[in-house]
Design a protein around this ligand. Structure first.
Ligand code: BGC
Length: 901
């Protein structure tokens, strides 16, 4: 088999429903079992499937286009029509002219024109009343303020003559919705429509409901809850529960193609009826309460008597533009069984063995009426007690009140998530057994693209903690933490962790969507915000250094990783305006003004890096990236201007903060790392700085002192400057501050603070002590890029020019990594002992990879697939010195071996 295109994506999603772009990107990866192949040209065919009668019409034939990686083509055919499925495929030719074709994929457009919408926004009716639970007094002050979610319904008739050919539901909410048709849940999406800055954009989702409809009478129904629209969001107490509006609303449009080809549209309007149901309240931070006695069985089926329900209110349509969702929503990702249940005095503590984000599914006997079963969630225990102090005001408590139906029933909340490893259950009827409880893991449905394993179980656990940290903080937006009353899209957390995150999951669509809110939050003079979306009630003046720079670093990194230039085109104005804004506010090029909340090297350890030093380093970094982006976008004038600016800021940094002996500022690790990692010093000075850095680490007993900002640079700088041994020593350090301290103490996610809990001091302040924060997981990128050694050459995008440069950890016998790059699968495994080293590689089709072998080897005795490099039919020697050797290897699977002595 030659070249084979696979993983066909439309705008970075697999078979998406509801594409809104006029020219989506159709992309693919390649595999091959023949060495040395690359894509020489491609041809894309797109066929419009129009009506459901199966007849297709050619929409686009790109013709043969000579192009290698990155593999993709912007749709260039006939104008896409609304609500239309398109089938597409790609053919590729290798350099020898052999052709192959991928299996067909498809995408479907959403409602592309505002006039396609006939549905109206609807909310609670004027007659709507609060559900007054009979025992309402148990509610807290916070939850007592929460109105009940609202059930809405409508019946309609379809032709009796046969089943519909095709039916779609286009749905959104101001708040959260779950849609139901004829008694069945529609789709698997959770917490839809997700969180964007609703003032500007509200996403909608599209569902195929063909098989849920029947000839004759049908019912469509929905529950809507507060969510981010008007629930508790973040920690801002000023406008609790009213961020974007006062109450949730629904917009739903069902379009049915009847058996005779005619079309029927049923949209939300004044004919829908509404009524509260069994959900007493539902809130992302507080939790959800249900009273089964108040359920309205059959409400989502045809024939239900809704004569006592109130008509909904048709609302003003003015807010936010409706946009087709551009990424995969939150879905159930995994279900975890309980690992143990310990019950004492009517209180059960359930341990799921993993700090996670989602909710608990509880099975119980609904034998008595009015019994209140309460589920509280916590990340850890304090002795035998559930530890919830660090949740601040987030109650993270779910409640179900039994109805006495006599049945075994399942309680699972719909409109909330919690960050927890443990749940405490009280009021449970009978004895809670392990299989009565399941943890439901929720996050945006992302393709996992990477896995890294090694022989060291503590590093394995660290990688697992990083992965679970990513999962837990990808709920609607990239959050700082998922448990306390915060859960905001903190910009630095996202930018510092991004490189690590992208090795784990395909974040192209998710981050691009979130960036719209970051860019959208920019002030008229160019300032980004510290969080995105910005809460309307909590405006930010200026983002802090390293926080606001996310607006430059993230689009840049997404472009490098996925090769989709559109992200730069979209963000260019915002990126350049941000740097220009800093320049204007700081004419002497030391960033002291317009620093917002200026957090510095957040959560460093007794090594406070001066804020102007940190800021100026980021100023230089962002100016340099903006210059590079200007060149990519063919803006020579701006490229020159920003690269001159970057050079000037670098010089200003060196003269303001560096002494002749290479000391940077007061000599903090982060100061050195910024200077070296961002390439701010002339080489001779950099060498001196580097030795200060190494000495500081040694003086601290081989320990780090970096906070959020310094941490991601630490191991890469040490490794790139020739001291991987120090980086490995830091990796394996188990005394605090270190990555493995928390692992040694049973952590299953990355802690917010190096000392979130210590043997001496116990818990850190509950005011700020999350046990699931991505930021310090940023070391993961180093394990991928330097220890496994998967990276790309300067100037390369989407791994077109792959560089494989593993570093052997003396404490690990082996390490293996698999990464589904946009180009195809890159796999690598090294193992070594005192005598020999082996490296197995898989290089996807495309240009040859440069393989940089670890020193010290004996270059003359390096073999590829058992044969010496000299005269090898495939391998080419690029460079050989006593301490380094570089090979060029074409796509294929290779095994390199070498004796060490
Ligand atoms: C968040 C951080 C964030 C920071 C700003 C915290 O409350 O949890 O991760 O970056 O505020 O310093």
């Amino acid at each position: 088999m030659g070249l084979r295109p696979y993983r066909l994506l439309c705008d970075h999603r697999s078979t998406p429903m509801g594409i809104g772009a006029a020219k989506p990107l159709l992309s693919w990866a390649l595999s091959s079992n023949v060495p040395g192949l690359l894509q020489a040209s491609y041809r894309v065919h797109v066929v419009s499937l129009g009506k459901a009668d199966g007849t297709g019409r050619a929409a686009w034939d790109s013709g043969w286009v000579e192009a290698g990686a990155p593999y993709g083509a912007l749709y260039g055919g006939k104008e896409l029509s609304s609500s239309t499925p398109y089938e597409w495929s790609v053919q590729v030719r290798d350099q020898h002219g052999a052709e192959s074709r991928a299996a067909n994929s498809w995408f479907e457009t959403g409602l592309l024109h505002p006039e396609d919408w006939q549905a109206r926004w609807v909310g609670r009716g004027a007659l709507a009343r609060r559900a007054n639970p009979p025992e309402g007094r148990w509610q807290s002050r916070m939850t007592a303020q929460l109105p009940p979610p609202c059930q809405m319904r409508k019946e309609f008739d379809l032709d009796e003559g046969g089943f519909p050919r095709r039916a779609r539901a286009y749905v959104s909410a101001k708040g959260l919705y779950q849609l139901r048709v004829n008694g069945q849940r529609v789709g698997r999406d959770e917490l839809t429509p997700g969180w964007t800055d609703y003032r500007y954009r509200i996403p909608y989702q599209v569902y195929d409901i063909t098989t849920l409809l029947s000839p004759g009478r049908n019912a469509v129904a929905a529950v809507i809850a507060d969510g981010w629209w008007c629930g508790y969001v973040g920690f801002d107490p000023r406008q609790q529960a009213r961020h974007y509006g006062a109450a949730p609303a629904l917009l739903a449009q069902i379009v049915v193609e009847q058996p005779d080809g005619s079309s029927l549209v049923v949209g939300t309007d004044g004919t829908w009826a509404e009524h509260p149901g069994e959900i007493l309240y539902a809130d992302l931070l507080m939790g959800e309460a249900r009273d089964w006695r108040m359920s309205t069985p059959g409400w989502d089926c045809p024939g239900f008597d809704d004569s006592s329900w109130a008509p909904v209110t048709v609302l003003d349509d003015a807010t936010g533009q409706l946009v087709a969702s551009t990424d995969e929503p939150v879905r159930v990702a995994e279900q975890l069984p309980a690992r143990s249940v310990v019950t004492t005095a009517g209180r059960s503590i359930v341990d799921f063995g993993q700090n996670l984000v989602g909710r608990v599914r509880l099975r119980l006997d609904d034998t008595s009426t009015g019994q209140r079963v309460v589920l509280r969630h916590g990340e850890t225990l304090d002795g035998e007690r559930l530890y919830t102090d660090n949740l601040r005001t987030a109650e993270a408590t779910d409640v179900v009140i039994t109805a006495g139906t006599g049945n075994k029933r399942v309680f699972e909340p719909s409109f909330t998530t919690h960050g927890f490893r443990y749940a405490e259950v009280t009021g449970y009827p009978g004895t809670l057994r392990q299989d009565d409880v399941t943890a439901i893991v929720l996050h945006n449905d992302l393709l996992r693209v990477g896995e890294l394993h090694c022989s060291d179980p503590t590093v394995e656990q660290l990688m697992s903690n990083i992965w679970w940290g990513l999962r837990g903080n990808l709920v609607a937006v990239p959050t700082d933490c998922p448990q306390r009353d915060e859960r905001l899209g903190w910009t630095a957390d996202a930018q510092l962790f991004l490189a690590t995150a992208c090795f784990n999951a395909d974040l192209s669509a998710f981050m691009a969507r979130w960036l719209e809110d970051l860019v959208g939050s920019q002030s008229a003079d160019g300032a980004f915000s510290d969080v995105a979306p910005v809460l309307p009630t909590a405006p930010w003046r200026d983002a802090a250094p390293a926080w606001g720079d996310a607006g430059v670093i993230i689009p840049y990194h997404l472009w490098r990783t996925y090769g989709d230039r559109r992200i730069l085109e979209r963000c260019w104005g915002a990126m350049s305006a941000w740097v220009a804004h800093i320049e204007r506010a700081n004419p002497d090029l030391i960033w002291r003004h317009a620093t917002g909340n200026n957090y510095g090297d957040w959560l460093q350890v007794d090594a406070d890096t001066p804020r102007d030093l940190l800021a100026t380093a980021y100023f230089a970094r962002s100016a340099g990236l903006v210059a590079e982006v200007a060149s990519v976008l063919q803006r020579p004038e701006e490229a020159r201007r920003f690269s001159e600016l970057a050079a000037k800021v670098r010089r200003a940094f060196a003269s303001e903060f560096t002494s002749a002996d290479g000391t940077v500022g007061p000599g903090t690790q982060t100061g050195y790392l910024l200077a070296l990692g961002f390439d701010l010093l002339p080489e001779e000075l950099a060498r001196r700085s580097f030795s200060h850095l190494c000495k500081d680490i040694a003086d601290r007993g081989h320990r780090l002192s970096t906070g959020f900002v310094g941490a991601p640079l630490l191991c890469p700088v040490l490794t790139e400057r020739g001291r991987p041994d120090i980086a490995f020593r830091l990796l394996h350090q188990e005394e605090p501050p270190s990555w493995l301290y928390s692992v040694r103490h049973g952590a299953t996610t990355i802690w917010e603070r190096w000392d979130g809990w210590t043997e001496e001091g116990g818990f850190q302040t509950p005011q700020m002590n999350s046990f699931n924060h991505c930021a310090f997981g940023s070391v993961g990128a180093w394990l991928w890029e330097h220890v496994a050694g998967i990276s790309q050459a300067e100037g390369s995008v989407a791994y077109t020019d792959l560089v494989l440069q593993p570093h052997l950890d003396p404490q690990m016998a082996w390490l293996s990594a698999r990464y589904e790059s946009p180009r195809g699968l890159v796999a690598l495994r090294w193992d070594h002992d005192e005598d020999a080293f082996r490296l197995a590689l898989e290089i996807p089709p495309g240009e040859p990879a440069e393989v940089r072998l670890p020193a010290p080897l004996l270059p003359a005795r390096v073999a590829v697939d058992g044969e010496p490099v000299d005269g090898h039919p495939w391998a080419r020697l690029v460079m050989a010195r006593a301490d380094a050797m570089r090979l060029s290897l074409p796509p294929g699977q290779w095994e390199i071996s070498a004796p060490k002595r």
